[in-house]
Ligand binder design. Structure first.
Ligand SMILES: [Mg+2]
Length: 117
């Protein structure tokens, strides 16, 4: 079973993403900030990470940088409600960028594209 980490400081988002992705047949891990996300990246052989940008303690941009140092091969999707981050050069290091919405079809299609054998 493919393993996905969802890092978001909003519990409602974590629960929503986790429910939908489990339904698609993935094993889902959850983190509330970048620091927790890195701990999981170090412990679990993940297949994909979905990172919120705005999080306390360690934000998604810094977490992305550190994840790519440890696992350059691991696909990371950055997720945010704020479209202006698309302009930020640091987000170029992510594999994809997606804007949060209650419709998770884009997210699920993107995940499927990265995780197909
Ligand atoms: Mg956030």
């Amino acid at each position: 079973m493919k393993k996905i980490l969802v890092a978001d400081d909003e519990m409602s988002i974590r629960l929503l993403y986790s429910e939908e992705l489990k339904e698609e047949g993935y094993e889902v891990y959850l983190a509330a900030n970048g620091r927790e996300a890195l701990e999981i990246v170090e412990k679990i052989p993940l297949d994909l990470v979905i990172l919120d940008i705005k999080m306390p303690e360690m934000d998604g941009i810094e977490a992305l940088r550190q994840i790519k140092e440890r696992r350059p091969d691991l696909p990371v999707l950055l997720s945010t409600a704020y479209g202006e981050y698309r302009q930020d050069f640091a987000t170029w290091a992510s594999d994809e960028y997606l804007v949060k919405s209650s419709d998770l079809e884009d997210l699920k299609a993107m995940v499927k594209r990265y995780l197909k054998e």
